[in-house]
Design a protein around this ligand. Sequence first.
Ligand SMILES: NC(=O)c1ccc[n+]([C@@H]2O[C@H](COP(=O)([O-])OP(=O)(O)OC[C@H]3O[C@@H](n4cnc5c(N)ncnc54)[C@H](OP(=O)(O)O)[C@@H]3O)[C@@H](O)[C@H]2O)c1
Length: 357
Amino acid sequence: MRLVLAGFGVVGQSFARILMAQEKELALTHGLVPQVVGIMDSSGWLIDEHGIDLRKALKSKKESGRVTAKARKEEPSRNAADVIRDLEAEVLIEATPTNFKTGEPGFSHMKAAFESRKHVVTCNKGPLSIAYYALHELARHNGVQLRFSGAVGGGTPILDFGKTCSMGDQLTGIRGILNGTCNYILTRMEGEGVSFEEALEEAQKAGYAEADPSLDIDGFDTAVKLVITANHLLLSKAGMKDVKVRGIRGISSNDVLKAKSAGKAVRLIASASPEKGLVVEPTVIDREHPLCISGANNAVEFECRYSGPKVIIGKGAGGPETASSLLRDLLEIRGKINGPTAALPAYRMGGVSGGWS
Ligand SMILES: NC(=O)c1ccc[n+]([C@@H]2O[C@H](COP(=O)([O-])OP(=O)(O)OC[C@H]3O[C@@H](n4cnc5c(N)ncnc54)[C@H](OP(=O)(O)O)[C@@H]3O)[C@@H](O)[C@H]2O)c1
């Protein structure tokens, strides 16, 4: 399976590392022999129709900050879509930065991939929140797949879990914590009694929050993920304009400590329900509630008409975590194209007790 990798930052590089580390397992357990034929970062393209040496690409990126060093180079902004269209490959892995206003450059990359009949795997929230149905329509029209499990929850398969919950049942509501940075800040405020500003500074130092953290703390990142989740699982036709959003910027230590002394906690909760629509707001919840998680985690509760509530909890971001979602999606695509491949007996025997050697 030939892959084009757009974006070679935290997630893109982690994806390359996992492909190398899992090479044998992917081939033997899933029949997947991936070959990366193009990698793009903001400096341009590295292209090799016979398969890029990922070890060398990572080394070049580490040493020069560019994937294009000593390699064939193209201007990404000028003709990235053309390059994606022209490359002989089966799948585009899209991991460029999220733009919540235009969806670019990811949107154009995905469009070019679909038009040249390539499947798309992405963790880029921007294009999905802006053009969820248009992208699906383009994929369907061209007979290819669009998968995006890493866009919500990083490596935690929130969307896949929700889809499974809805099979043979009916989702009547979704609520949860979709932004690890906000959850980290609120947890620090209640645990150590630090101020909002101090907790935010800590989150930035720990690498959870961006230098400009407004997308997190003002609730937009959560809202974007809620839109994608509602469209995917509740078949809403929602956009950002349909979400009532209030972030955690106005939350004081006093609010947090008052909730704590009553056996409760403040969390930034995203919810989707027929009664209230789509809402993101700081909410006081019981400390015993499964959604009352601490640290930079995500947790989502799916309310099912027949089988009751179910909760999934896990890390909501991180390079290797999100890259594992990209790989999971890739395997799903491969399974749909070729049918499931059973593990070879030799692997099953060695895999249980002795590993590979
Ligand atoms: N990191 C996470 O934990 C996480 C979790 C879930 C989803 N995501 C999503 O995954 C995507 C990638 O995240 P990341 O953390 O890997 O970001 P990142 O580290 O900033 O990497 C972005 C990559 O895209 C390249 N790029 C930037 N502008 C470009 C352009 N115009 N054309 C082509 N390439 C361009 C960058 O090039 P340079 O390397 O030259 O700068 C870099 O290689 C984002 O959409 C993000 O929202 C990330």
